[in-house]
Design a protein around this ligand. Structure first.
Ligand code: NDP
Length: 333
């Protein structure tokens, strides 16, 4: 630890609230890695919509002050006791965990993987959480088969663009929803076959269109990250014995669902989180290897919306919450 500085730049909150609770600090103590942890000197930090839930109070931070951020990439600067031998000082890694909005982040080795030489640290930080979410959704939540029809909401967002590309790569037909013409065009460029507006105000229009496209049957699966405002129309277009995967709350959480609503079509309903699909290091490594293969062999790409200096965290957060971004937002410490 001797070559490390004593303090670092970081973004923390002392309470939940609007973007005014975000504090950019330059004198936060550099943490020491504990048992099973590595300390990563971040090159890039990925912004995820979940960061806004921890800031706003939709999800509760474990304690205050709390450094936001769930993923980053960089180089291991120090290791704690009992860390796997493939993670040593100097190794280029990408990780998922907590406290990423900082120059240095302590992370459990369970959620840290070396980056292959062919992949740069910006791509890795911009990909891992959203892309692995998409990989596990199409593999574990609803194992998508070639030829299936799948609805993806917020299709031009971070996870959405990965879903469009991955679903196309496995031979599924994607119906994508997004709020603007520009976003819908981007979803199409990334593999969506059909793009639609949400029609939140008139669900029947939306449902009728999806039924027409799918020969009256509805889709085999929906991957819905918008939550409250789209849940009803998403469930309405699931076919008999189809799967409704609700995996996000961008418009607010879905609450108070009567289970009997699943009966008319014997639909399956899941509310999964990435971390329960990659709970062990082996599971993470396996999913990451799949992702690297999709990037290296199938040519899947991450669209980076913008790289913001860490000190510009308020602007970056306002941008993602304003719905005007497409693809991935990244911070540079
Ligand atoms: P995005 O880049 O997709 O940004 C969120 C998008 O949601 C917006 O661009 C917008 O797209 C859409 N949206 C719809 N309604 C609203 C609203 N009222 N306010 C703001 N945005 C809205 O973010 P991410 O890719 O980081 O995450 C996408 C979703 O996936 C989030 O809900 C996130 O929580 C979830 N997620 C879940 C995980 C899990 O393990 N379950 C893991 C990772 C992400 P448009 O304008 O086109 O509607």
């Amino acid at each position: 630890m001797s070559s490390l500085p004593k303090t670092m730049k970081a973004v923390q909150i002392e309470k939940t609230g609007g973007t005014d609770v975000l504090q950019y600090k330059t004198d936060v103590p550099v943490p020491e890695p504990k048992e099973g942890e590595v300390l990563v000197k971040n090159d890039y930090i990925g912004i995820n919509y979940i960061d806004t839930y921890f800031r706003s109070g939709v999800y509760q931070p474990p304690s205050f002050p709390y450094i936001l951020g769930r993923e980053g990439s960089g180089t291991i600067a120090a290791v704690g006791p009992n860390v796997p031998s493939d993670l040593s000082v100097g190794t280029r890694v990408v990780y998922m965990g907590q406290y990423a909005y900082a120059e240095y982040t302590p992370v459990t080795s369970n959620y840290t993987v070396p980056i292959p030489d062919s992949i740069d640290t910006k791509t890795a930080a911009a990909s891992v959480l959203q892309a692995l979410t998409a990989v596990t959704l199409i593999r574990d939540a609803h194992p998508v088969k070639k030829g299936e029809w799948v609805l993806v909401t917020a299709a031009a967002g971070g996870v959405g663009l990965w879903l469009c590309q991955l679903l196309k790569a496995v031979g599924a037909h994607v119906i994508a929803t997004a709020s603007t013409e520009e976003k819908r065009a981007l979803a199409k460029e990334n593999g969506a076959e059909v793009v639609l507006e949400y029609h939140e105000e008139d669900r029947d229009v939306f449902v009728k269109k999806v039924l027409e496209i799918t020969g009256g049957e509805g889709v085999h699966a929906v991957f819905d990250s918008v939550g409250k405002s789209t849940f009803d129309s998403s469930l309405a277009v699931v076919r008999r014995k189809g799967t409704m995967v609700s995996f996000g709350n961008a418009s607010g959480p879905v609450t108070g669902l009567a289970l009997a609503r699943l009966s008319p079509k014997n639909a399956k309903l899941l509310r999964p989180t990435l971390f329960n699909y990659i709970a062990t290091r082996e599971e993470l490594q396996e999913a990451a290897t799949e992702l690297w293969k999709f990037i290296e062999k199938d040519g899947l790409k991450v669209k980076i919306h913008d790289v913001y200096p860490l000190s510009d965290v308020v602007r970056a957060t306002q941008d993602i919450e304003s719905r005007k971004t497409t693809g991935k937002l990244v911070l540079k410490p």
